[in-house]
Design a protein around this ligand. Structure first.
Ligand SMILES: [Zn+2]
Length: 267
């Protein structure tokens, strides 16, 4: 029995992702990690067990521990500890001017926004126990850049939640492509994000595309990496047309570009 007893140490940034990998060993049936009160499955790829965990932009910097549980064919569970070193990221503050109805919500809009926030939470907290992609993640607008992830935001003078995604410049009508293969789980109009598409990529990884002028996917269908899912627009709470691209990893708000930069099938 060649169990790896050394403590595994991984480094991460606030608002980033960490790919955890362990070599496969004889007799291992499944591997999971307890991370931030969630149980995240690993998948076996070639000779390794792999998963991706998200570090929320507001997670406290410092050392966090994660229990990695190896369930053996005979039912035994071998527990190992992984240390996730979270480094701080500095997020600037931005002030924005939008229509007043998106800052001072009337009762009907408030009820709608509250209901939709619950619906989004329910989607993002579900961890699908499979991996639906093999290729690296791609930018929904090829060559697009967006550096405002995590910015602390003040709308019309009122502090609001930090920016949970990256905004990519786009004119209305610009084609928007899926960041990776997955299953569409939402395609409809929401109060804040306008016409919105969400794709489940498995392992608790979700991509969200907001403010679209048109939606081109049906919930429940499989979407390929790079597939057209809609057109950019200016629906919902916006200052002008653009793509808001969000990524959630087990509910954690992470910089979408941290997934694009992640190496896949690392050896
Ligand atoms: Zn945005």
């Amino acid at each position: 029995m060649a169990l790896l007893l050394a403590l595994a140490v991984f480094t991460a940034s606030q608002g980033g992702v960490v790919q955890l990998t362990f070599p496969d060993e004889p007799g291992v049936k499944s591997v999971d990690v307890d991370w931030q009160k969630k149980k995240v499955p690993f998948v076996r790829i070639q000779e390794r067990w792999m998963t991706v965990i998200g570090v929320d932009l507001d997670l406290k910097p410092g050392e966090q521990t994660a229990d990695v549980l190896f369930t053996m064919e005979d039912g035994r569970v071998d527990r190992r500890e992984a240390i996730i070193k979270v480094e701080p990221t500095s997020f600037p503050t931005t002030e924005l001017k939008v229509e007043d109805k998106y800052v001072q919500l009337n009762p009907a809009d408030l009820a709608r926004a509250t209901r939709e926030a619950k619906e989004l939470d329910a989607i993002h907290s579900k961890i699908t126990n499979e991996i639906l992609w093999q290729e690296p993640f791609s930018v929904p607008i090829p060559g697009g850049k967006g550096s405002n992830f995590g910015h602390r935001r003040i709308f019309n003078g009122e502090p609001r939640a930090p920016h949970g995604g990256a905004d990519l410049r786009a004119q209305t009508g610009t084609p928007i492509h899926a960041t990776n293969r997955g299953r569409a789980v939402l395609g409809k109009n929401l109060f804040f994000t306008g016409n919105t598409v969400i794709i489940d990529h498995g392992l608790g990884i979700y991509s969200l595309y907001a403010h679209l002028s048109r939606i081109d996917v049906k919930p429940g269908t499989i979407v390929e990496n790079g597939q057209l899912i809609g057109l950019a627009g200016a629906t919902g709470r916006v200052t002008g047309p653009h793509l808001h691209w969000g990524m959630r990893v087990q509910g954690a708000r992470v910089d979408p570009f941290s997934l694009v930069e992640m190496k896949t099938n690392e050896k």
